[in-house]
Design a protein around this ligand. Structure first.
Ligand SMILES: *[C@@H]1O[C@H](CO)[C@@H](O)[C@H](O)[C@H]1NC(C)=O
Length: 134
């Protein structure tokens, strides 16, 4: 429950009644992206309907904090910290998501496919350029 500390919105204020339970990764201030099975926890039914992920960039490296959260607490916290999510030193980024284990490692696929397609474009454009140089 320590994630709710700044907001006092935790104890079921927004709880739905459908018995929903999700699982999230949970870890506290570790210096690696804790997304392996030993960090999986069951969230509290009807109270914690989202997974939260905090990424802090400190002088000694990137730190991760993950947990279950209520959607109200997570969304308010993440929007409050949005101005600190700079990508630079002392950056703090907090994200919320609502599918099981969604606070795991961020998928890199879109970046890779963009790189692959630009490589293809480059190959396609190269022959005429060489022709001009000769
Ligand atoms: C989560 O709940 C499932 C089903 O109730 C149970 O089998 C599992 O052991 C629980 N996992 C943890 C980490 O508590």
């Amino acid at each position: 429950q320590r994630y709710c500390r700044p907001l006092l919105l935790c104890n079921g204020m927004m709880g739905s009644s459908d018995g929903l339970q999700i699982q999230c990764y949970q870890c506290e201030g570790v210096n690696y992206d804790c997304s392996t099975p030993e960090f999986i926890v069951n969230c509290t039914v009807n109270v914690q309907d989202m997974c939260q992920k905090e990424v802090l960039v400190k002088p000694d490296g990137t730190h991760y904090r993950k947990s279950c959260a209520s959607s109200s607490a997570c969304l308010i916290t993440s929007s409050g910290y949005q101005q600190f999510c700079t990508g630079r030193l002392n950056s703090v980024c907090i994200s919320c998501c609502s599918t099981p284990l969604c606070n795991g490692v961020k998928k890199k696929r879109p970046v890779l496919s963009a790189a692959a397609s630009s490589r293809r474009a480059l190959l396609f454009l190269t022959p005429p350029m060489l022709l001009h140089l000769t």
